[in-house]
Design a protein around this ligand. Structure first.
Ligand code: FES
Length: 95
């Protein structure tokens, strides 16, 4: 299999991410990724492709329904909302 690079789709409205352990809340602006925001605040998330194809950044979802924009999880995994790729996914504003 060969994959080609692509920019993460960061379209959409702003949303909040709450970190469970620290209790910190971050506002993710349009054009930004969760990973961008966390890095800005010194929180290091393991990443590789930063475009949703490798799965390195998959992070547990404790609440909310993500708009999964990765290409690594199956439809079933996405529907379970157990993990999200923080390099590219956003909040699903329909929920
Ligand atoms: S870093 Fe590859 S899917 Fe997020």
């Amino acid at each position: 299999m060969e994959r080609f690079g692509a920019e993460a789709n960061t379209d959409g409205a702003s949303f909040k991410v709450i970190m469970q352990k620290s209790g910190k809340t971050f506002e993710i602006a349009p054009g930004e990724t969760i990973n961008d925001k966390l890095n800005e605040h010194g929180i290091d998330v393991p990443v590789s492709c930063q475009s949703g194809v490798c799965g390195t950044c998959l992070t547990p979802v404790l609440d909310g329904v993500p708009d999964h924009r990765d290409f690594v999880q199956t439809d079933l995994e996405k529907a379970s909302n157990k993990r999200m790729a923080v390099c590219c996914s956003h909040r699903n504003l329909r929920h």
